[in-house]
Design a protein around this ligand. Structure first.
Ligand code: CU
Length: 282
């Protein structure tokens, strides 16, 4: 592995997020242990609490965080918060990996979910990255009569995926083109669009990932959004002169304790993306 980049003024304790496909067996096991840990907690340190922030149970923040200029910064704060919850269980070195859906392995055969997330029972224990229980309150709210128009069906109590039925995975060429866009708003809109393809590709018609209010219950949500955050980071490196829309800098990223301006630089947040993979589709 090539040496990690260090730039002046950075705290030395940068934690590296890595590609799912490059995790060692040990790193993967640590990630699974951390996921199992948060899934056992039913309070505000736990998985349901964090997954629920994205959409249901109410109040759902997905309306603020999608289709607006806050899409990228809101999800950066969200990933940060969840990654801290994983680390707070005791393994401080655990980080969120990204799923590079443009990689040859993921593009293979019309699209493939990485092994780390696709295998139901890779060892003696069930794989917590394969599926998760959904908070019953979120499910109830989804099918509640006040939720109009009435949803056409109910979602299962464990997250399900129906990959490849309803969309396509974005390619490396598509991401490269998007990375060339100079304007933040145009870039953000383009990234959000291809991000939606991946949600629908994974979830199909009936899978949780395909439905924003329930998407974050699927463990692969985090790897998908880490890839989106990484694309933003790659873009930031390439377009250092690009300015944000007026007023965006001071907007609050509720319910997180950040403003947009506070999440622009990942250095103070204590993480970055491993250098060996700053290209797209490798
Ligand atoms: Cu999303």
């Amino acid at each position: 592995m090539s040496p990690q980049p260090r730039s002046a003024g950075r705290p030395s304790a940068i934690k590296w997020r890595r590609s799912v496909e490059s995790l060692s067996d040990e790193q993967l096991e640590r990630l699974r242990t951390a996921f199992r840990g948060v899934m056992q907690l039913k309070d505000d340190r736990g998985y349901w609490y964090h997954a629920g922030i994205h959409g249901l149970p109410l109040p759902d923040h997905c309306r603020v965080a999608h289709g607006t200029d806050l899409f990228l910064p809101w999800h950066r704060a969200y990933l940060y918060r969840f990654e801290r919850a994983l680390q707070d269980l005791g393994d401080r070195g655990v980080t969120l990996p990204w799923w590079d859906w443009t990689s040859p392995g993921s593009q293979n055969g019309g699209g493939t979910i990485p092994d780390a997330y696709a295998r139901k029972r890779p060892g003696r224990k069930p794989n917590p990255l394969y599926s998760a229980d959904v908070d019953p309150i979120a499910l109830n709210q989804w099918s509640h009569p006040l939720n109009r128009p009435a949803p056409p069906f109910e979602y299962k109590a464990q997250t399900e995926r129906f990959p490849g039925q309803a969309s396509r995975l974005p390619t490396a060429d598509q991401v490269r083109l998007i990375l060339q866009i100079d304007d933040f708003r145009e870039f953000s809109t383009a990234v959000e669009e291809i991000h939606g393809w991946v949600h629908v590709w994974v979830g199909g018609q009936r899978g949780h990932m395909g439905n924003v209010p329930l998407a974050a219950f699927d463990p692969i949500f985090w790897a998908h959004h880490t890839m989106i955050d990484r694309i933003w980071r790659l873009w930031q490196r390439r377009h250092p002169q690009s300015v944000l829309p007026a007023g965006l800098h001071t907007e609050a990223l509720r319910p997180f304790e950040f403003t947009v301006g506070q999440v622009l630089d990942v250095g103070p947040l204590g993480y970055d993306y491993a250098s060996a993979t700053t290209k797209v589709g490798v």
